[in-house]
Design a protein. Structure first.
Length: 320
């Protein structure tokens, strides 16, 4: 696989490091609005647009700010290139639909990097929940109590605004966990929420809470914050007919389910640092996403999270 990275900010470095660990894959260049190259690959060839690229490539990885994703995705589709988008798919349903339609018309794969789906414990829980083995679902409470300092929001004009970021903590820091919630439990029928801006100078919310009612009666809650100094592990607590379990940063940390063995992975996952920083140090989950993306292209199959699936996360965030 030969990749072009679109965007040269922090998250582009994560993909570059991940691809170095995948045999047969290589980054052959980048697209940068600023003209700067990613810090982890200062000698990488750089162009202003995909149409300027003068070497062969198979796919793009879009790491631009949220509200610009559709521009590069549509351009890549017109060139017949496969598309992997850093979360979220985009910040409006109109933009998401344009991306999906462009990819389908061009016959290319459109995937979104919601890498929490690749964690072994989440995969095991998905299988158990889908089987119905836990009985009636009562509640699912997701807590994303993170921390970002003011310098983070001051580092770019668009951060924490509606026009480009698409909002605050729910569309940005909480997006991965919200996607995992939907992957496990589906979309709710009703959403009620309260949002506020407490600790930062920013346009959108830095704290909020949502109450969700599902078609089977399950009541869910999502609390998301970048005010919770110094930043805490994301936590999901689920109660159902067979008992209760807790997931902390994608690892099952408590299992009180009658008659079903704890499916927790034996291998300890690397500690998640997203609660306190935007820098991703562990690339193993991104490597899993990239491998899944390449397999979908080679086999003509659906990736772990395709455009239509990822659209639901943007939809739920918009409802909140």
């Amino acid at each position: 696989m030969k990749y072009i990275i679109v965007g040269s900010g922090n998250i582009s470095n994560t993909y570059i490091r991940a691809i170095k660990n995948i045999a047969g894959s290589v980054v052959v260049g980048c697209i940068s609005r600023s003209g700067r190259t990613p810090q982890s690959a200062p000698d990488l060839p750089c162009w202003n647009s995909l149409s300027d690229v003068d070497r062969a490539f198979d796919a793009v990885i879009i790491t631009t700010p949220n509200g610009l994703h559709h521009l590069s995705a549509i351009e890549a589709a017109k060139l017949g290139k496969h598309i992997l988008v850093e979360k979220p798919l985009d910040i409006s349903l109109t933009a998401c639909d344009q991306m999906i339609a462009s990819a389908e018309d061009a016959g290319v794969v459109l995937a979104v990097a919601y890498q929490r789906r690749t964690n072994p414990d989440n995969v095991a829980l998905k299988k158990i929940l889908d089987s119905g083995a836990l009985g009636k679902r009562y509640s699912a409470d997701l807590s994303c109590r993170f921390w970002r300092d003011q310098a983070y929001y001051d580092s770019a004009d668009y951060r924490g605004g509606y026009a480009i970021d698409g909002g605050g903590v729910f569309i940005q820091q909480g997006s991965h966990n919200i996607d995992n919630y939907i992957w496990l439990f589906g979309m709710p029928e009703r959403v009620t929420s309260e949002l506020a801006t407490f600790a930062h100078r920013m346009e959108a919310e830095d704290h909020g809470a949502a109450l969700l009612r599902h078609s089977d009666g399950m009541i869910g809650t999502i609390v998301a914050s970048t005010c919770a100094r110094p930043g805490y592990a994301a936590r999901l607590e689920v109660t159902c007919e067979k008992g209760t379990f807790t997931v902390t940063d994608d690892r099952i940390t408590q299992w009180d389910i009658a008659g079903i063995d704890n499916p927790a992975s034996v291998v300890e996952a690397a500690p998640d640092d997203g609660a306190r920083s935007a820098v991703v140090t562990d690339t193993s989950r991104h490597e899993a996403v990239l491998n899944d993306f390449a397999q979908a292209i080679q086999r003509g199959s659906t990736p772990l999270c395709d455009g239509r699936d990822a659209r639901r996360t943007t939809e739920l965030v918009m409802q909140i």
